[in-house]
Design a protein around this ligand. Structure first.
Ligand SMILES: *Cc1c(COP(=O)(O)O)cnc(C)c1O
Length: 361
């Protein structure tokens, strides 16, 4: 038995197999998105696992890129969002591949560099949160040629609605992107558009590389499932206390749950301070002894309370599963997200630093 109050178990083999499955399915190069600590899975071990499969890694910020370099990753690292002008020298120093979305950063970078710097250019085709507007992209790219230290190695755009059933706006964005490609020399190494949803469901978006995040971790962004992915994360805790409520007695802050009759309860050692959503108060479920048991009352910062059945044979210290399988029963990230009124991405990235990541190879 492990010594953790709560921990997540990361199956690195599953992440590697998911990446291989995606590469085989698309037949394209793989830019593995490992931003936000690899969606909460732990970026160092995840990136090391994917070194042999991914052609490039992508992170959100310069700081995340530096962290990957410090973890010993030598593969190209794309920083997806425009960096601050003051970060140009860090980009150069750590050999990161910045995303260019405006001329100011391009100028700063060109001055900070003493050798060639590889860059990717982000074209805004309708996500409207970053990048050069698609109608100005051709001119922007030709002006970039005057900055002699910058080499455009990649062109990309990001889709706003790839996880929806209706793909019409996806095709509007792809056409805008393709209209830019038609006007420029065909010498850019990596042309990439597809996030996980488009990787799985829109082959027209694959171009020369795909750029999935969520799918690497074995989670589907939408209901379509053309390939089989394995969830890589299990979140566990343990029973910390067992008690009983008499008829009409309340539980936890605000006494929002009242026992309808004599009820056995267990405190489980996880709370919103660990990233277990407070929105699961009175609506969450956990697995104990292979069966679902409901969260009753409010989720606290450090602990939560669940209702036991009279026949449950449990002791303090027993394993409780919050995400993943226990016996034949499973709580998926999607189920938890749905119950908490959010999305799987948010559940994963909110799992706190207080929760150790334990890696299985
Ligand atoms: C986060 C992100 C991705 C990956 O998205 P998923 O839905 O997790 O596959 C790809 N591209 C950009 C620009 C992103 O910000």
């Amino acid at each position: 038995m492990d010594d953790y109050r709560t921990h997540v178990e990361i199956n690195l083999g599953a992440i590697r197999r998911n990446a291989e499955t995606i590469k085989t399915f698309t037949g394209k190069r793989l830019i593995a998105v490992v931003k936000a600590d690899a969606y909460g899975h732990g970026v160092g071990p995840v990136a090391k696992t994917l070194r042999g499969v991914a052609n490039m890694f992508a992170v959100a910020t310069v700081e995340e890129g530096i962290k990957l370099r410090q973890a010993g990753i030598q593969k190209p690292i794309l920083v997806l969002f425009s960096s601050l002008p003051e970060q140009a020298s860090q980009v150069v120093e750590h050999g990161l591949v910045p995303t260019i979305g405006d001329s100011e950063f391009a100028n700063r970078l060109n001055s900070a560099a003493s050798n060639t710097v590889n860059i990717h250019v982000n074209i805004n085709t309708g996500m409207n949160r970053s990048g050069v507007h698609w109608t100005e992209a051709v001119q922007f790219l030709s002006r970039l040629k005057t900055l002699d230290r910058l080499t455009v190695k990649g062109l990309f755009t990001h889709l706003a609605t790839a996880d929806e059933q209706d793909k019409s706006y996806v095709f509007v964005q792809i056409e805008r992107f393709a209209s830019v490609l038609e006007e420029i020399p065909n010498d850019v190494e990596l042309v990439h558009v597809a996030n996980s949803a488009a990787t799985l469901t829109v082959p027209e978006s694959h171009f020369s590389a795909v750029r999935p995040g969520l799918a690497l971790y074995g989670i589907y962004p939408a209901s379509e499932r053309p390939i089989t992915l394995e969830p890589a994360l299990r979140w566990k805790t343990r029973i910390g206390w067992i008690g009983s409520l008499s008829d009409g007695e309340g539980v936890s802050y605000g006494l929002t749950y009242k026992a309808p009759h004599q009820t056995r309860v267990a405190m489980v050692q996880v709370g919103y301070g660990d990233g277990y959503p407070r929105a699961l108060s009175n609506v969450g479920e956990v697995l104990i002894g292979g069966a679902r048991r409901p969260i009753i009352g409010r989720v606290c910062m450090d602990v939560s309370v669940v209702r036991l059945e009279p026949t449950d044979s449990v002791s303090v210290g027993d394993e409780v599963v919050l995400i993943g399988k226990q016996g034949d029963t499973e709580i998926t990230v999607d189920e938890l997200a749905h119950r908490a009124g959010t999305i799987s991405y948010e559940i994963l990235t909110q799992i706190g630093t207080r929760v150790p990541r334990i890696f299985k190879h």
